[in-house]
Design a protein around this ligand. Sequence first.
Ligand SMILES: [Zn+2]
Length: 173
Amino acid sequence: LPEHRQGTPSAYVTLESFLWRDFCDSAEWREWARKHALGSAADGVPPQFRLAMGLQRALRALELENNGGPADHGAAAQLNALIARFKVQPRLSPAGEISVAAAHLGNSPVARLLIMAVEAMQSGTWRRFKLCREPTCSASFYDASKSGTKIWCSMALCGSRDKMRRLRQRRRG
Ligand SMILES: [Zn+2]
């Protein structure tokens, strides 16, 4: 299944990629962060890698919640710990616009990804980040549909797999 789908706002393509990808090791993470111009992932590796994987786990738990899954209070606690660690806070521009910034370790790729996620949550876009409801898939995807009610990452693959299973269950029952 593709990493990017049509309709993902350009501001969230990097976050979409981060949540979709399964990183094998810190080298792969470093290379990915470099490719996405997220600053020097070489600083503090492997702690940076560990923090990145913690961020990914917590955000994916919330993505599951966005798709009808159970609430995960540990995920919010983990994000709050990262928010405190990087001192993520609102910043006011002279024009009176609020943005989110990290006062601490601003060039950390983990801090930058965290800021993207917090901005998505603050703007209401976050509810469109989901984990596919097909258990054999569970891929992260951005729901760009008008209604924002997609539950599978791909109707052609995941949606039809689910339909087949329900059909089989009905025949058995
Ligand atoms: Zn899927």
